[in-house]
Design a binder for this molecule. Structure first.
Ligand SMILES: NC(=O)c1ccc[n+]([C@@H]2O[C@H](COP(=O)([O-])OP(=O)(O)OC[C@H]3O[C@@H](n4cnc5c(N)ncnc54)[C@H](O)[C@@H]3O)[C@@H](O)[C@H]2O)c1
Length: 337
């Protein structure tokens, strides 16, 4: 099994592919991009270089990054040429099953047997693609988020045949470029989209049911849940706010809104077992020694204050009054319809 990934091939030098390629190349990885034609591959490389130069100009990347990317990033005229010497090959072609199958079959025929093969699919399960790969034990989904060169999180979706031993090499490669890999199962929506679609669905239902304007739903999300989430994401928040409190609230919501708001068994069992969160030192999946509570509170104060400062410095999203929302007037009329 591959110990360390030194050479990467990116198949599909479109929007996501060039984002992935540029950050890997900036981190010192040797990267080759390829596309449906040699011209498209060259155009992808040129676009990546232009994007990096623009970000250096804007002070977002250190001086010298453009030169590093120019040295480490090349374009190959064919998929076969790009895949032949690579340790890791990622397909980033359009989200069409037939194209994925065709490209994955060609990659696995051209790649060395020990090379790791990844797919950037957002929605296609591993088990619907693995059949196209010769040696499905070396195949997984490595799902970058948009924009790949800026968002740190990457889902690593393992299928039933995926050899878990390859995860260490993929995670280490990601870490070199300051991405963070999280291993998730081959279930619909993986983790990111299942969470995201649940949240968006409720947000739109709230607007549809006339409970709040679109702008106010976004404002609530941005200034409460979203504000806290980079520091204390939902499962950690359960421990902080109290598992018993959450269990009660689930009950109230379930009475009014139905089964989709019933408390998950993992929560009710933990509460029955005396796990109430940080306040009694017993969280859902971990314990908290009493001396850490004060440190956690101090860290949280620093985090939230820093977040407020960043938002104030940054100002609203251009063209809007507040970050990430429509202008308040956009939807005012339908507010209480
Ligand atoms: N755009 C996003 O927000 C986003 C986010 C996460 C994941 N993804 C996933 O990433 C993948 C690519 O998305 P994108 O937005 O970069 O699309 P895109 O259309 O910008 O890029 C796809 C590239 O693949 C190339 N291509 C098509 N057929 C090919 C072939 N046979 N061989 C080689 N190259 C070929 C195209 O010419 C194009 O350059 C999809 O699976 C998509 O679901 C996209």
């Amino acid at each position: 099994m591959m110990e360390r990934i030194e050479r990467v091939a990116i198949v599909g030098a479109g929007y996501m592919g060039t984002g992935i390629a540029q950050r890997l190349a900036a981190a010192g990885v040797t990267v080759t991009v390829t596309d449906a034609t040699p011209e498209l591959a060259e155009a992808g490389r040129d676009r990546a270089l232009r994007d990096v130069a623009r970000d250096v100009e804007a002070g977002l990347l250190p001086a010298g990054t453009t030169e590093a990317v120019a040295a480490n990033l090349s374009a190959a005229p064919t998929l076969e040429e790009a895949a032949r010497d690579a340790d890791f090959i990622e397909e980033v072609v359009p989200e069409v099953l037939e194209i994925k199958h065709d490209v994955l079959a060609r990659i696995s025929a051209a790649a060395r047997p020990e090379a790791i093969i990844g797919s950037n699919t957002s929605t296609i399960p591993v088990h619907r693609m693995a059949g196209a790969v010769e040696g499905p034990q070396r195949f997984l989904v490595v799902h970058w988020s948009n924009p790949a060169h800026l968002v740190p999180g990457v889902e690593l979706v393992v299928g039933e045949h995926t050899d878990h031993a390859l995860l260490a090499a993929v995670k280490e490669m990601l870490a070199r470029a300051d991405w963070v890999g999280a291993v998730v199962g081959d279930a619909p929506g993986f983790v990111l989209n299942r969470l995201q679609y649940a949240l968006v669905r409720e947000a739109l239902l709230l607007v549809d049911e006339g409970h709040a304007t679109a702008a106010d739903v976004d404002t609530v999300l941005r200034t409460t849940l979203g504000f806290r989430m980079p520091f204390i994401p939902p499962i950690a928040m359960l421990d902080m706010a109290g598992l018993d409190v959450y269990e009660k609230c689930f009950g109230l919501l379930q009475d009014e809104l139905g089964e989709r708001f019933s408390a998950p068994e993992v929560l009710t069992e933990a509460v029955a077992d005396g796990r109430h969160g940080m306040k009694n030192g017993r969280g859902l999946f971990r314990d908290y020694p009493p001396e850490t509570l004060e440190e956690i509170n101090a860290w949280r104060a620093k985090a939230y204050t820093g977040m407020s400062r960043l938002l104030a410095d940054l100002g609203p999203m251009p063209g809007t009054q507040t970050p990430g929302t429509q202008t308040p007037d956009d939807t005012h009329e339908e507010s209480h319809a």
